[in-house]
Design a protein around this ligand. Structure first.
Ligand code: GLN
Length: 197
């Protein structure tokens, strides 16, 4: 692929601008994706943080569920943060009634896994795949990866071992939000995946 990678941010709900800003700063040609035709014009897609049940409903209402699933099946690289990770999970726990995902990552993800007592927190995470320094991670009503399929790589875990970042091939997801902390290495990794795809 010559030149700048063309990537989209799924722009149905959530922190779309924050992702678009990081990707633009990293030199990508960024567009907002709401329709199947817009999806067909990008080589990779970011699924933002927000509310996964709302993004799911809007995706179905806008006729985006099947096209996104087809893109995943076709190998399009995708990176989901928080709600976006939930949307990439094959299985979810504590979804709202009838909540669906796009799927693609063989993981089980629990929504709002930290409960109402601990809505949000920040911590420094070692992420061997990214090297030093540690990632300063912000968790906001965050999900946890409870089960990791055999082909899925855990990229990061909390000190107690609970997994908060995963990758399988061209699909990557984090429970936290690098897009709000000036942490660009996950997005850079995503763009590398897009360039290689
Ligand atoms: N709790 C939200 C959900 O279930 C995710 C929160 C977030 O993206 N920061 O989708």
């Amino acid at each position: 692929m010559a030149g700048r990678p063309r990537v989209g941010v799924l722009a149905l709900q959530g922190d779309v601008r924050e992702h678009a800003r990081v990707l633009t700063e990293l030199g990508a040609d960024v567009s907002l994706v709401r329709r199947p035709t817009e999806l067909s014009e990008v080589d990779g897609l970011v699924l933002p943080g927000g509310e996964s049940s709302v993004i799911d409903k809007l995706a179905r209402a806008f006729g985006m569920q099947e096209p996104v699933r087809a893109a995943i099946a076709g190998g399009m690289p995708m990176y989901g943060t928080c709600a976006g990770l939930i949307l990439l999970a094959d299985r979810i726990t504590d979804g709202i009634s009838g909540q669906e995902t796009f799927g693609g990552l063989d993981v089980t993800v629990r929504r709002n896994a930290f409960g109402s007592q601990v809505d949000s927190f920040e911590t420094d995470l070692a992420v061997p795949a990214l090297g030093d320094p540690a990632v300063h991670a912000v968790f906001i009503r965050a999900p946890l990866v409870e089960r990791v399929g055999p082909d899925v790589q855990a990229l990061a875990a909390l000190e107690d071992g609970r997994v908060v970042a995963v990758q399988r091939g061209a699909l990557m997801g984090t429970s936290f939000h690098p897009e709000v902390t000036g942490e660009h290495r996950f997005h850079r990794r995503f763009l590398d995946i897009v360039r290689a795809a």
